[in-house]
Design a protein around this ligand. Structure first.
Ligand code: SAM
Length: 253
């Protein structure tokens, strides 16, 4: 659910609610665009996080996953939920390059991004992935691809509670990836909880950062003073922040 517009100018809203909402959406889109423009220096191509051999590994995995998806089209999760080519490449490359001990993600569905991350951990021969989901019947691509499954812990059930418990259990995490409920409130909650536990030099990533007109990812980046890398696309924009708590603040949204 999208955050309700704040009726700062209630009289104007009452005059014409539909026009007011249109203006609100436009101002949010403008705000996001201004933020992207201000951070233009850090909006870079995925090549910043990858190299040709890592790219090849990723596209080999992606080929296998795509043919598994093709063979099993009756999955209750559609292809539409699958992480984009570019977001997957960034996730894979950052995991390969930074060699994390603990990665936490939210949102599994078919298990596409999960399988991508597990493949990178397996290639590193190090690390564990904790995935937090609300649905039970998820992650079938992980079973089918069968790479790095022993590095995986799937936590299913109460979303926010389970996420906080998982983060508490691990104490310090290296990478957090959001791809679950994209409501403003939930994204804000997950970013804040994850940020408390991500080590300096670690990464916070999010898919679908412009799903809401008012972007929780942009607001969060502003609140901690971070300059994220943003990879805009017409339907699935991806964002990544390298955590530096001395430079970023400890403030939250
Ligand atoms: C966009 S899909 C994830 C796609 C997956 N990352 C991939 O690349 O294939 C979103 C998933 O998040 C789950 N979900 C929704 N709300 C959630 C929440 N609050 N916490 C955890 N998972 C949630 C849904 O059940 C769904 O499986």
């Amino acid at each position: 659910m999208e955050e309700k517009p704040k009726y700062r100018y209630k009289a104007l809203h009452d005059l014409n609610p539909s026009l007011y909402d249109k203006a609100w959406n436009l101002s949010m889109a403008f705000d996001n665009m201004v933020f992207c423009m201000k951070n233009i220096g850090s909006i870079s191509s995925p090549t910043r996080f990858t190299n040709s051999s890592i790219k090849k590994e990723y596209f080999d995995i992606r080929k296998k996953l795509d043919s598994l998806l093709e063979e099993n089209q009756n999955s209750e999760h559609s292809r539409a939920t699958v992480v984009s080519d570019m977001a997957g490449l960034i996730e894979y490359s950052v995991v390969r390059a930074s060699k994390p001990d603990i990665v936490v993600e939210t949102g599994v569905a078919n298990g596409y991004s999960t399988a991508v991350i597990l493949s990178a951990l397996e290639k590193n021969t190090n690390g564990k992935l904790v995935s937090v989901e609300i649905s039970k019947n998820v992650g079938r691509l992980v079973d089918m691809l069968c790479i790095g499954k022993e590095r995986w812990e799937l936590v299913v059930g109460k979303p926010r509670e389970n996420l906080v418990q998982a983060l508490d259990r691990e104490k310090r995490i290296d990478i957090f990836i959001h791809d679950s409920d994209h409501s403003y409130e939930n994204m804000k909650f997950e970013f804040q909880e994850a940020y408390k536990r991500i080590r300096d030099g670690g990464f916070l990533m999010s898919d679908d950062i412009f799903w809401n007109k008012k972007s929780a990812f942009v607001d969060f980046s502003r609140a901690i003073g971070a300059k994220p890398s943003i990879f805009p696309s017409s339907n699935k924009s991806f964002g990544i922040i390298k955590i530096n708590k001395k430079q970023n603040g400890n403030e939250t949204l």
